[in-house]
Design a protein around this ligand. Structure first.
Ligand code: SPV
Ligand code: MG
Length: 310
């Protein structure tokens, strides 16, 4: 069976929302824009709110970070409904569009499209699936990253595109070809098959210490679809300007808020435990006032005045 055999000849026509107001249309506009944009990782309602307040254009609902916050490993240990419950909290806490990490789609084309549709109904802007096998393992762990069959993965993407309700909803295809050590040609071959299957953007992942292979990929890709990257291992050696020059559409800061929380919680717990006091820890803490402000306690006071008075 050729790749094209699993792709419907006539895909539903996508009508673009010219006002660009839904989360999906905002995410689509961001991906398709010439400007480099940044998605900040979030793993719960609070981190989503903070990403928005700090000015990010969009949120990456990271499987790694949400799993970590749930106390489990990034190997499909959390169920997809658990993860979407977390995403629903984010959706309630922030208005900027959310791109949800859908891992490898939790099984076959059917579980992937059910996940995508449920995510769309929660009100996220798009989902991202990677071409690995279920259960997947985090891309930075070990060397045992088996890739999915290209045709099967294309079937997943096409099923999601055909099942979406809002024309602007984005399905992003992530190839792990470079992570799995297959090289540039295989990454390009896969990305192009995913484009033909209906993907709206390609997430090209790398875990090298430099951006060289990403730059090479971008050059060869030539803008066939918007490119998304998560420069976790190479961001410190690469200024954002390099991504701009390479024609990258969007950069995902995939896990920094979660790792900041881990570091801060450990420091504070250690200080309080060892000194039997909060005197030393207190300087690092957000004030209660800051927390109340972030979650708009004032609005509740005002609403009480308007609606609860009898
Ligand atoms: C995630 O944030 O869950 C990702 C990106 O998938 S990575 O951890 O780099 O694989
Ligand atoms: Mg992930």
């Amino acid at each position: 069976v050729s790749v094209s055999a699993v792709i419907p000849a006539e895909r539903p026509r996508i009508e673009f929302d010219t006002e660009r107001r839904t989360p999906a249309s905002q995410l689509r506009a961001m991906l398709e824009s010439e400007e480099l944009s940044f998605l900040m990782e979030a793993h719960d309602g609070l981190s989503a709110r903070i990403a928005e307040v700090e000015g990010f254009e969009a949120i990456w609902a990271s499987g790694f970070s949400m799993s970590t916050a749930l106390g489990v490993r990034d190997s499909d240990e959390a169920s997809w409904s658990q993860l979407l419950n977390v995403v629903e909290c984010m959706r309630g806490a922030a208005e900027i569009p959310i791109l949800v990490d859908g891992d490898a789609g939790y099984g076959n084309f059917n579980t992937a499209r059910r996940f995508a549709l449920k995510a769309e109904r929660i009100g996220v802007g798009g989902v991202c699936f990677e071409d690995k096998l279920y259960p997947k393992m985090n891309s930075f762990v070990g060397d045992d990253h088996c890739l999915a069959d290209v045709k099967k993965f294309c079937g997943k993407l096409s099923a999601c595109k055909e099942g979406q309700e809002n024309a602007d909803f984005c399905v992003i295809a992530r190839t792990e070809a470079l992570i799995a050590g297959h090289g540039l040609d295989e990454a390009l071959r896969r990305a192009d098959a995913y484009r033909e299957a209906g993907a709206d953007a390609i997430f090209i992942h790398s875990r090298k210490r430099s951006a060289e292979e990403i730059e090479m990929f971008a050059r060869e890709w030539g803008g066939r679809l918007p490119l998304v990257i998560a420069p976790t291992t190479y961001a410190s050696t690469t200024p954002a300007e390099t991504f701009r020059r390479s024609g990258i559409s969007s950069v995902i800061w995939a896990n920094q808020s979660m790792r900041a929380a881990v570091a801060a919680m450990r420091r504070v717990c250690r200080a309080i435990r060892s000194t039997e006091s909060v005197i030393h820890a207190d300087v690092e803490l957000a004030s209660l006032e800051e927390v109340f402000q972030l979650l708009e306690y004032d609005e509740l006071k005002e609403a009480e005045r308007r609606f609860a008075a009898v």
